[in-house]
Design a protein around this ligand. Structure first.
Ligand SMILES: Cc1cc2nc3c(=O)[nH]c(=O)nc-3n(C[C@H](O)[C@H](O)[C@H](O)COP(=O)(O)OP(=O)(O)OC[C@H]3O[C@@H](n4cnc5c(N)ncnc54)[C@H](O)[C@@H]3O)c2cc1C
Length: 591
């Protein structure tokens, strides 16, 4: 059975030596002293490895099943859910006015990484609730917040997000679920939603569904959509539970991975719903949650890969096959361990250099969200808005690739279910699809985010990269980082220029290159993170840090990323500059 141990050392490095959280002016950050975050991460790490990780294969084997209209979760999920509630883990960064602990989001991300690494499917029940809590907190009336938030923050009631319908996922303007206004101010919600995560289960006494539906008078397309609170069990004004609402589960899906997470068809048959936020502004309300939700999925992408990587390392040290080309390394054994072979090292370094870069990128993104919220910093808001599709799309694509690499290290044993490596690959796959499929993330980046606020945020990003490279001029040790970063940033700017020059007259030219642009930008972002991390590691070594092994490995891993991954930027640029012609050359009937 695979095991998982939280990489607290690296998280602490990112929080304190890269982001310097406790000296930041962002509200709440001053409390994030090293000892404090160590204690929180240590406690969360124990829950992850002792409670959640052992349940991961159980959830995978058992899955969820529909019994007499109620979804049953796998054995042990209820006790673990109770332990998560008891430990206050569901409330870490939630609003203290409603029972939350008010910690910064960046700390919630660090803890969230551990929970996802140890059991992604289980963590979805709480993760979806967190999204619904944020939506109600941001858009609810005072009465709605008082009625729903305390129970949801405690996870006595969980939450869902209902967007997708059978005929539409990406193009939500097509949705058909109807909301009919009632005399008492409520609405009757009628329609079918599909693929709803945590749509039903036996872990909580109530489920608060947030449902996108069309109310009369809103017009065509996404403009007419509103957002509604639709409780599974209606809630009386005093907070007690009332009658069962007209919401039912049609089916629990059988799927490739995350078997422990109930993915449901939800039927709304004139269910009572309450408007959340402004009428006909439902998409806007949903979109305010988007940065956080998409960052959460990007985090899932690399967090599952972290668990896969840890097991691949252990296997590579244990499994004896062949001899090192440079001479026998394990004379007492029948063969040398896999880890002596350069090709196994390549696979491990690909994973390690991606994972540590992805962690830094995600925590940095979370710190931008904290800054945007806590200081009403519009530049931080603009920057995270630009980065969101990259965090979501790039980290989930690469996270899946990293899972496959970890599986490959096991050879045939990686393909056999018993070893558990296949589960990581299967679980990670969905992160590339939900919360906006990755192709759509790339469209969002190129079609919307680059030009947002007149291109101000992308220009600010280029300036940030330039300033980082300039800051290390004259430091020869930093050259492998700054040279690669400078070259990649130039390639990114050239690609942006290509879109500006060709996108208007040939929109297909921009859209044919959007996926490559997302990956090119992903590498530049990780290159920037590695440059900053290398600088921090050199500073620690220069300052006489005792933990030299950690810092030396950090620098070597960064150098690997710059030497072996950044050259992909040239390939992405070449593809972008080839334009639409090679992509669109065939007529549909030639496929
Ligand atoms: C396990 C699981 C859990 C889920 N959980 C939830 C949930 O909790 N709540 C919820 O509401 N939904 C949920 N979903 C739904 C998920 O968000 C959608 O499946 C996803 O957004 C894609 O929508 P779709 O499946 O309809 O694909 P489509 O929209 O039909 O897209 C199909 C493909 O075409 C591409 N595409 C679409 N439009 C364009 C375009 N204009 N240009 C280029 N490419 C395009 C997409 O990238 C995609 O690859 C879940 C799905 C799964 C499988």
């Amino acid at each position: 059975m695979p095991s998982y141990t939280a990489n607290i050392r690296d998280m602490q490095f990112v929080l304190h030596e890269l982001l310097h959280v406790s000296s930041s002016e962002v509200p709440g950050y001053a409390d994030l002293e090293r000892d404090f975050t160590e204690a929180v991460l240590d406690a969360a790490g124990k829950v992850s490895s002792e409670v959640l990780a052992p349940l991961n294969p159980v959830g995978d084997h058992e899955g969820c099943r529909l019994e007499n209209g109620v979804v049953r979760t796998p054995k042990g999920f209820d006790e673990a859910f109770a332990a998560m509630k008891e430990g206050g883990w569901t409330a870490l960064d939630c609003n203290p006015d409603y029972g939350g602990q008010g910690m910064p989001y960046v700390l919630n991300c660090a803890v969230g990484e551990m929970f996802v690494s140890s059991n992604m499917a289980f963590n979805m029940y709480q993760g979806l609730t967190h999204g619904a809590v944020s939506a109600i907190d941001a858009h609810g009336t005072e009465a709605q917040k008082a009625l729903y938030l305390p129970k949801m923050i405690a996870c006595d009631w969980t939450g869902t997000m209902n967007l997708t319908e059978p005929h539409c996922g990406t193009d939500l303007g097509l949705l058909r679920t109807k909301a009919e206004p009632q005399e008492d101010g409520s609405y009757k919600i009628t329609g079918t939603k599909i693929f709803i995560s945590a749509g039903d289960h036996d872990l909580a006494e109530n489920i608060i569904h947030l449902v996108l539906a069309k109310a009369p008078g809103g017009g065509e397309g996404t403009k007419g959509i509103s957002l509604f609170i639709v409780p599974k069990v209606l809630v009386n004004a005093d907070g007690t539970l009332g009658a069962r609402n007209a919401v039912s589960v049609g089916k629990v899906e059988h799927k490739m991975g995350i078997h422990g997470s109930a993915t449901c068809v939800m039927n709304y048959d004139g269910a009572t719903g309450y408007l959340l936020g402004d009428l006909h502004k439902g998409m806007r309300a949903m979109f305010t949650m988007m940065n956080e939700a998409r960052l959460g999925v990007g985090l899932q992408g690399y967090a599952v890969a972290e668990a896969a990587y840890q097991n691949a390392v252990a296997y590579a040290k244990d499994r004896l096959q062949g001899r090192a080309v440079t001479g026998v390394e394990n004379p007492g054994g029948a063969a040398d361990p896999l880890i002596v072979h350069p090709d196994i090292r390549r696979a491990l370094m690909d994973q390690k250099s991606f994972l540590e870069g992805a962690r830094a990128f995600t925590f940095w993104g979370a710190s931008l969200i904290d800054r945007a919220h806590g200081l009403s910093d519009h530049d931080a808001e603009g920057l995270i808005s630009l980065m969101t599709p990259v965090i979501k799309g790039f980290l989930t694509d690469k996270g899946f690739e990293a899972c496959v690499l970890a599986q490959q290290i096991y050879g045939g044993h990686g393909y056999i279910e018993e070893q558990g490596m296949s589960q990581f690959t299967r679980d990670a796959r969905i992160t590339m699809i939900y919360e906006g499929a990755n192709g759509v993330q790339a469209l969002d980046l190129v079609g919307r985010k680059l030009a947002q606020d007149g291109g101000k945020h992308v220009m600010a990003f280029f300036e940030m990269v330039k300033a980082e490279c300039k800051a290390h001029e004259g430091d020869d040790r930093m050259k492998p980082f700054t040279e690669a970063l400078k070259a990649a940033s130039k390639q990114l700017q050239t690609a942006g220029m290509y879109f500006m020059q060709n996108g208007m007259k040939t929109p297909n030219a921009a859209l044919s290159g959007s996926y490559d642009f997302m990956h090119l930008m992903g590498h530049v972002c990780l290159g920037l993170m590695w440059t900053r991390m290398a600088k921090a590691a050199y500073a620690a070594l220069d300052g006489g840090a005792s933990d030299t092994g950690f810092y030396e490995a950090k620098i070597a891993t960064g150098r690997y990323y710059m030497a072996r991954q950044m050259p992909a930027c040239a390939m992405h640029l070449a593809r972008i500059e080839s334009g639409a012609e090679p992509v669109m050359a065939l007529a549909a009937d030639q496929f």
